[in-house]
Write a protein that binds this ligand. Structure first.
Ligand code: NAP
Length: 257
């Protein structure tokens, strides 16, 4: 029980990495606040946790809305008394080089992937600061470190999240709050399936190309990222602060001969 009695809040926990992490955290004894845009998906995550004897509750929130973020934080604290771990996971894809990216797409991706991290953190931090205890995990991506084709706005947001993580760590270390970032490689989730469909004529061929750039030879699975999130959420990582944790099958630091 590596998260016994910890209250954890995960945004975008109705799908993919967020859902997998919610299930993993619950298995380790955490109480899980499942936040999502979709009632149906969020409640399905909660049901799956409860079926296994875990404790979870669903709160609807759009991370791009300040009112939703504050209400979400208020409801979570009313239900469980505090938030020990915040996982800013919700995110969307955005395909295109700069000249192909509409202003509308730019604003939408920045709103969810970057402003969402800001708003939810801003809503949750006062409780953590008052208790002088907290742990925040921000979802970046290995794309913050490497160039990939036609991912202009997405990579801009994930690079900014990594920079924000370091800045937050400096500001909140005096409050005994750790802030770290996860940098996954390509993980097979609905998000990646959408990206493949929107970007390539032949998604299966694209998967093979992506596999080849990974030293692992395989795409990652949501569970791989959930295990890394568990490490950051637990006290096992108590000396890890302001760090990027790569979960990328060797894409960033590996190089094929
Ligand atoms: P996913 O399966 O699409 O899950 C994302 C979740 O976020 C969905 O449940 C979605 O809800 C929710 N969401 C989207 N916009 C939201 C908003 N405004 N407010 C609240 N919730 C919102 O994606 P995933 O692959 O698990 O990705 C999770 C995170 O990991 C993202 O930040 C992504 O950028 C990052 N990441 C993913 C990969 C990868 O290869 N999969 C790699 C690196 C980083 P709806 O379904 O209802 O829209």
């Amino acid at each position: 029980m590596r998260l016994a009695d910890k209250v954890t809040l995960i945004t975008g926990a109705g799908s993919g990495i967020g859902r997998s992490t919610a299930l993993r955290f619950a298995k380790e004894g955490a109480k899980v606040v499942v936040v999502d845009l979709s009632d149906e998906h969020g409640r399905a995550t909660v049901d799956a946790i409860r079926e296994n004897g875990g404790d979870a509750t669903f709160i609807f929130a759009d991370v791009t809305k300040w009112d939703d973020a504050t209400e979400m934080a208020r409801e979570a604290v009313a239900r469980y008394g505090r938030i020990d771990v915040l996982f800013n996971n919700a995110g969307i894809s955005g395909v295109g080089a700069v000249h192909e990216t509409s202003e509308e797409l730019w604003d939408k991706v920045v709103d969810v992937n970057l402003k969402g991290v800001f708003l939810v953190s801003k809503a949750v931090l006062p409780d953590m600061m008052a208790r002088k205890q907290g742990n925040i995990i921000n979802m970046s991506s290995c794309i913050a470190e490497i160039g990939l084709m036609r991912r202009a706005v997405y990579s801009a947001t994930k690079g900014a999240v990594l920079a924000l993580t370091k800045s937050m760590q400096v500001d909140y270390a005096p409050y005994n709050i750790r802030v770290n970032a996860l940098l996954p490689g390509t993980i097979l989730t609905p998000f990646v399936e959408d990206y493949l469909k929107n970007s390539y004529d032949d998604p299966d061929a694209a998967i093979n190309t992506i596999k080849q750039r990974q030293l692992s030879g395989e795409l990652g699975r949501p569970e791989n990222v959930a295990e890394a999130a568990l490490f950051l959420a637990s006290d096992e990582s108590k000396f890890v602060m302001g760090s990027p944790l790569y979960v990328d099958g060797g894409v960033v630091f590996g190089k094929m001969a």
